[in-house]
Design a protein around this ligand. Sequence first.
Ligand code: COI
Length: 354
Amino acid sequence: MQLKILPQTDSKEKISDESQLAFGTQFTDRMFLMEFDREKGWHSARIQPYGPLSLDPAATVLHYSQEIFEGLKAFRRADGSIALFRPKDNISRFNRSAKRMCKPEVDEDFLLESLLELIRLEADWVPKSEGTSLYIRPTMISSEAFLGVRPADQYLCYIILSPVGAYYKGGIAPVKIWISDHYVRAAHGGTGEAKTGGNYAASLMAAKEAAENGYDQVLWLDAREKKYVEEVGSMNMVFLYDDKIVTSPLGGTVLDGITRRSTLKLLADMGYQIEERAMSVDEVMEGAKNGRLKEAFGTGTAVVISPVGSLCYQGNFVQLGKGETGELTMKLYKQLTDIQYGRQPDRYDWVVNL
Ligand code: COI
């Protein structure tokens, strides 16, 4: 398939003070788009001016949520060059999500090449300041106008770009986590490991409950027993328990996070023993009280590494240490961002230079 570059006339004004960059509020001038139907397969790939999509009100995505997305980032280095972090891993997860949601897969090499071309054209939008990046959002929606329930015959796949600052307003500041004992995010056999919008829509009620109680994010327990910690909606969770690293295993209900994988690799190389095992909420709460749980942090593309300062479960509040960012959390944040911003060599072949 050939990628067409359509003419671009307008250019939006960029935020000149990069300290004002929020998460996902501003979008660049161009977007990538391609279409699918059963006869032609994927076709009409183009880079075009960013703008609204034209969708039939009966488009199945609007009714039955046949939607998937990804999140990855491009970073501006000190020498002005631009690098992407593990884009191939995101694109292959995009295809795994597509399969789970009965959607057509994409040609991974073609999507990566198209993405790189889009970023070349939008290079001026990649911010320069520490902690900022260009957030990349590949998305696929079912676009066929039809009200029956079955996999659609038509799809759109598009990529939009957004210059971003920190996901949480406080930057790398400890977050307060609410553990839900009522709502669940994902059940076995469900769509928990797919990056599909419905998982996030389903999480909003618990997030509202958390916010009403003064908490930033929800930590989900497993759906079967409501006993084991799984993940926070926008990040995987990692615990420093005694001197070991503990994180939930990927059993189909937890997102296979690229930042999760990267941090586990960095921690293993620092010499930590990694335990991917079910960890009960009681163990977490007890550990926080008796000091065995030394640090906890979330990992995700948007949040990077997010320290957890306190937790609340069934009315019981516990603080981790002094409620401040832990030493290991900070070290890991530095190691990861040093690789992303090119301040340290990339020993893992994670970075794709533009
Ligand atoms: C990401 O970290 O890129 C995500 O997709 C989380 C998002 C829902 C903000």
